[in-house]
Design a protein around this ligand. Structure first.
Ligand SMILES: CC(C)(COP(=O)(O)OP(=O)(O)OC[C@H]1O[C@@H](n2cnc3c(N)ncnc32)[C@H](O)[C@@H]1OP(=O)(O)O)[C@@H](O)C(=O)NCCC(=O)NCCS
Length: 198
């Protein structure tokens, strides 16, 4: 599905900007380079092993099938963040989307995740997604803070559900929000941190 209105520019806290565009076939190597650069302690708790060619191919196929919308943020041709909304195309949960986001270490706390999530939630809402779910591992403190600030509530804990790449079992937290409720929170968060971002 072609996403209209891109590329877009988002302003960051320190005055710089990033360009945001949908991820498409041909971005596999840029995406892999981005994920391979993430610190190992972050990759430990990502749902997929995002460093393999086979993951990149499956990911692009899901985008092509309309099961995922992915946005990449770039600066000077380098990917510095990626966010995805997964959405079932069939069955009883087509109104539910699952969000994931990752930002390069050197670009955190500048509003990149908030800016990407804002664009993604708007696309999700336009496509009929009413409820948004985020799965975070208990130790993903930054992610819990970001989504907590966006009004996500913990709806379930699956004990020992995640085995990280070192084989250690961790609790998985299921955070949930209605997409209509996220709007005001995102706008407030961006207005707080980036003057003129609203
Ligand atoms: C979670 C993550 C995506 C946040 O990205 P980011 O671009 O740094 O987030 P933002 O700058 O948009 O932060 C928005 C707000 O969230 C909160 N926040 C973000 N990171 C935080 C941290 N490490 N500690 C406390 N609060 C934090 C803050 O309230 C922040 O606003 P502020 O900086 O004005 O106080 C990033 O830390 C990351 O990539 N982590 C590893 C991957 C991961 O855990 N992904 C989530 C899986 S779904």
């Amino acid at each position: 599905m072609e996403l209209k209105g891109f590329p877009q520019t988002i302003s960051l806290r320190e005055g710089s900007t990033v360009t945001v565009r949908p991820t498409t076939r041909g971005d596999e190597q840029a995406l892999l380079a981005f994920y391979r650069e993430l610190p190992q302690e972050d990759r430990l708790f990502l749902k997929d092993d995002v460093t393999t060619e086979s993951w990149a191919e499956r990911f692009i196929q899901r985008i092509e099938r309309g099961e995922a919308i992915s946005l990449m943020a770039e600066q000077n041709g380098t990917v510095l963040a990626e966010a995805t909304l997964y959405r079932p195309r069939h069955g009883w949960s087509t109104h539910v989307g699952e969000l994931r986001v990752a930002v390069a270490c050197g670009h955190r706390r500048k509003g990149v995740a908030a800016g990407l999530l804002r664009l993604l939630v708007r696309l999700a809402t336009d496509q009929g997604v009413e409820k948004i779910v985020v799965e975070v591992v208990e130790n993903q403190v930054a992610a819990r803070r970001v989504f907590g600030k966006l009004g996500f509530q913990q709806e379930a804990v699956l004990r020992g559900h995640v085995k990280d790449t070192r084989g250690i079992r961790r609790d998985l937290l299921i955070l949930v929000n209605d997409s209509s409720h996220i709007w005001a929170a995102i706008e407030a968060m961006l207005a707080d941190s980036i003057p003129g971002a609203g």
